[in-house]
Structures are given as C-alpha cells and as structure tokens.
Design a protein around this ligand. Sequence first.
Ligand SMILES: Cc1ncc(COP(=O)(O)O)c(C=O)c1O
Length: 371
Amino acid sequence: MKIEEFTLERIQSLYENTVEYNLSDSGVHPYSLRELLTPEQQSQVLDVELGYGWTNGRVELRQAIANLHPDRNADHVIVTNGSAEANFLLVMSLLEPGDELVVFVPNYLQIWGWARAIGVDVKEVLLREELGWTPDLDDVRKAISHRTKMMTICNPNNPTGSVLSRETMDGLVAIARQHGIYLHADEVYKGAELDQDEPPSFADLYEKAIITSGLSKAMALPGLRIGWLVGPAQEIYASWQRKDYTSITTGAVSEFVAEIAVQPAKRQEILARSKRILRENLALLQRWVDANGDLFSFVPPKAGGMAFIRYAMSMNSTELVHRLREERGIMLLPGDVYGMDHYIRIGIGAPAHHLEEGLDRLAAFVRTELK
Ligand SMILES: Cc1ncc(COP(=O)(O)O)c(C=O)c1O
C-alpha cells in the first residue's frame, strides 16, 4: 500500500519543538495536570491501577461521553488514542476500495489520505470562501453518486475556523438521508465557538451520522491522547474490532483524567478558558490584519484555534513558511499543505505575547521582501 505524505503533520513533526515561536498549532495552550485537577484528584491519579482496562474505553468514560448527546449510551461510543485514531478506525471499518467518499476541503487531510491509500475514490467539494468557508449544497448534490458511501466534513473547520449554520447542517443531513449514506463529522474543535452558542452535534441530527471528537483541541488537553467516535452501535462495534489491531486500548491515567474533564461543569470550565484565550488572541490578530491590510486578509474564524489568512505576495507558501522559520524563528503552516497556495494558517491558541511577537516578525519579513 502506498500512502501520500501527510505534509500538514510532517512539517509540524519536524520543526514544532525546535522553533522559537511556534504558531503552527491549531488548539489552545494546553493545561498542566496541576492546573486541571484539584489536589484531591491529583492524589487520586497516584492510585490509578495501570491495567489495560476496557479496550473500547472505561464504561464510565464512554457513558460520560454519551451523556454529551441526548440519545446515546455507552454502546454508541468508542474511546481512542486521540481523534487521529478515531478517524483511522472510521476509514478502516467503514470504507472499502471502490467506494466513493465526499470530502469537504480545505480539511485536515487525514481521512482524505487514508481513504486514497486503501483505494477509495475521494471526491472533493469546496468550502467556498465567499460563503464564509461553507459549502454550496448544490455542489454536494452534484458530487454524490450511487457509489458514495459517506461524506465527511470538519465542523468547526480546520483550517478556516468556519462553523456551519444550522440550515446547512440540516441540508447536509437531508442529502445524506436521501441517499442513505453515512455522514461523518470531525467535531474536535466544537465547543470553542467565539461568538455564538455551541451548535448541535451531527450525531444528534441523523441516525447514520458518526462523529469524531476528543480532548485535543477545544478542550486543550492534547497530551492525554484521548479521542472518540460516536455513532450507531453496529458501526462503533466494527471500529472496536479494528482497534484490536491498532493500539488495543488507551492509557489508564489518561482515561481517569478524561472522565473528570468531560463532566458537564468541568467541560464548561475548560471551554470557557479556551474561549477567553481565543477571543483575546483573535482581537489581537484582527488589529494586526487591519494594520497590515495591504498584505493580509481573512475571513475571521468562528471557532477553534487557528485562522486561515491570504497574503498578497507572489512567494509560494511553502517557501514563505520555511524562510520565516529559518530566518525569523517563527513557524506557521503553508496553504500548500491544504492544496491552497498563497494562504497561511496561523495558530491563535498560544499565549498572547507569543502570538504578538510572531505576527510582528511575519509582517516585518514580508515588508522587507517586498522592498
Ligand atoms: C480536525 C482534526 N482532527 C483530528 C486531529 C488529530 O488530533 P488528536 O489526535 O490530537 O485528537 C486534528 C489535529 O490537528 C485535527 O485538526
């Protein structure tokens, strides 16, 4: 099996830990265990037994995740190592060579890459910038054929931070239902909406919806490596069978902490912290874009820890990003990793002074190059 390089992740893996100003993250500045847990909970961590546990996730944790949805129980949930493993199990359990998969782009291209690697025919539907990076439903209808097995969307979106309106969500559900296909949504940024209430989950709108979620992004706990799928019991069971072949189970300490984090009050506390950080940083970014409007423009994100920014300069985005890192010590993601040159992705979940310095260096570099 041949698989294309997952350039989006590869660039980060190579450089994110050595660069001075890393603005390539899409999440929120992470918690420490000390900040997250009460002293009593911290001491309970020491008593966690380091067994395998349930290979689909502790039943209490699965139930707590199911409680985030009105009509789900523990059988509708599998706990995974990050949402990355959730997406992998989804592809491996539900798609086969020759199936068609409709993918909304730009997107985190993990599912796109795995699906192509196993011989799935991937059809792309554009999120349109003029529609605030959301799809035109006519494009979706045209992309579906009798071979379409599933459509997959990232909502809130990576990299643009767009959030689908309820009307568009209902429209996608109606199309999926009409064709009897799965609707998968990666909802790992959900809960970090900046100027609106949290939208519903696709899992609560459609009987054949499957969602990926986890604690890495809106929940600011990526080091726990806890993600999950929620969907129909039979499909979740099929993904569990694949997990026997991947990681078997998640870490016992992570599951213990995750169960605390997903309790409704704690989850709201965590999301409030994320939204406070992101709102302050988005205001900072907006001021910077306004001050540099001759060079940069964007549709402000509605959720999540990143902004997708168009720049007015002929330099290719990969070259721009490598030179920024080598010459100015800042790291961004090039639009190229999404197949969209002349855009850059900037993380807005870092501490404000970090973002401010990175943005100053970016503007200074571009102005020097344009002289
Ligand atoms: C949309 C989306 N899904 C999944 C992942 C994987 O995240 P994790 O495995 O840390 O939960 C990412 C990481 O950037 C992402 O952006």
